[in-house]
Design a protein around this ligand. Structure first.
Ligand code: ADP
Ligand code: MG
Length: 345
């Protein structure tokens, strides 16, 4: 869809492996004191004065992304974001990443340049040092693996929720999934009629949620500023129901989630109507919103109640009460795992 026929194509072999790495990473700057040595030696050297968190994610073409509508620059950006989201979900500050890439020779140098432009943008915006990685060939397709490191004083686990704690979510849900539905539909239209120019104005927010997600660094700062330490936290990569289940299981609590409280953008609601999909189902089972889901003690409620970035969507109960969605009609239905379409995320 987004192919440019006049694109320059430089064969990946032209620069050699080392030339290629130099070329792709030449703009990366080191900003953190904890980075003693970045790219260029056998290993990076880091010097942390506090606890660190480490997390990694692997993205595989055809499983986690589809290049027919995912621009490479966005892919590079998103591969960083999905990792930073995990760092922030620990209540940590992200500081460094490594980036490993496997590409088949169907990709020219210019494709890698695009991916790295996205990585560079994310690194700049989130103030992350890119400190290393690996570059290799694959027989078919593209793989990107990013590892992120961060510093943490007060880490927050999935396991600390207590009965009566409030269940709180940042931002709004379901946008990334509905953006994907629109992109999938346009891809099918394009197959039939390549000259069709899609009008996507009505879907800009949800498409951006899919193609250019952000990680909630601002929420970690906000919680600190408000002097709120969540009792548990997780990022929403697989949909609300599966993340709630993780918290409940690991904290040994139950939960009442109020359907009417789930924050939805108007564009999600209108697109759900258009596609004839239930918006609650999308919020519960769609994926890739990268919002933060947390529990906070009742005492902290006054500190968050006026904040437009945080919505109370329910409360935790004794484990024996189970996990339920309280519908608009005030019936209670058990929350079940559906998860996202990829089993591993
Ligand atoms: P080695 O053979 O020891 O694995 P490499 O030649 O793969 O070393 O890497 C040389 C340097 O370049 C290392 O510092 C490594 O971390 C860095 N590097 C390699 N590939 C990438 C990449 N895709 N992105 C960022 N840094 C990379
Ligand atoms: Mg290597």
């Amino acid at each position: 869809m987004i192919e440019d026929k006049n694109q320059q194509r430089t064969d990946l072999g032209t620069l050699g492996e080392f030339g290629l790495i130099d070329h792709l990473t030449k703009n990366f700057k080191i900003n953190h004191e904890s980075t003693v040595k970045g790219i260029g030696d056998d290993a990076a050297v880091l010097d942390f004065k506090k606890k660190i968190v480490v997390t990694t994610d692997l993205l595989v073409e055809g499983v986690h992304f589809d290049l027919s509508y995912m621009p490479l620059k966005h892919l590079g950006y998103k591969s960083v974001i999905v990792n930073l989201s995990d760092v922030f979900a620990m209540n940590a500050t992200a500081t460094q990443i490594t980036v490993s890439i496997a590409v088949s020779n169907r990709f020219p140098l210019e494709a890698l340049e695009e991916i790295y432009a996205g990585i560079e943008t994310a690194a700049k915006i989130y103030n992350i040092d890119v400190i290393g990685g690996d570059t290799t060939s694959s027989n078919k397709g593209l793989l990107i693996s990013v590892t992120a490191l961060g510093e943490v004083d007060n880490e927050v686990y999935r396991s600390g929720a207590k009965p009566n704690d409030l269940l709180v979510v940042s931002g709004d849900l379901g946008g990334a999934y509905m953006g994907l539905q629109v992109l999938e539909r346009e891809k099918e239209v394009f197959k039939v009629n390549p000259n069709n120019q899609p009008d996507l104005d009505a879907y800009t927010y949800i498409i951006e949620r899919q193609l250019k997600p952000e990680a909630r660094k601002d929420i970690v700062k906000l919680l600190k500023d408000l002097d709120v330490k969540p009792t548990s936290m997780i990022d929403i990569s697989d949909g609300l129901s599966s993340e709630i289940m993780h918290i409940c299981k690991q904290s040994k609590v139950g939960c009442d989630l109020y359907e009417a409280k789930i924050p939805l953008d108007p564009q999600v609601i209108s697109t759900c109507e258009e596609f004839n999909i239930d918006s609650t189902t999308v919020a519960l089972n769609g994926g890739e919103d990268y919002e933060l889901l947390m529990t906070i003690s009742q005492e902290d409620y006054p500190k968050i109640k006026a904040n437009p970035n945080l919505t109370v969507i329910g409360y935790m109960t004794e484990s024996s009460a189970g996990m339920h969605l309280v519908t608009r009609a005030e019936t209670k239905i058990p929350i079940k795992a559906q998860g996202w379409k990829n089993f591993d995320e």
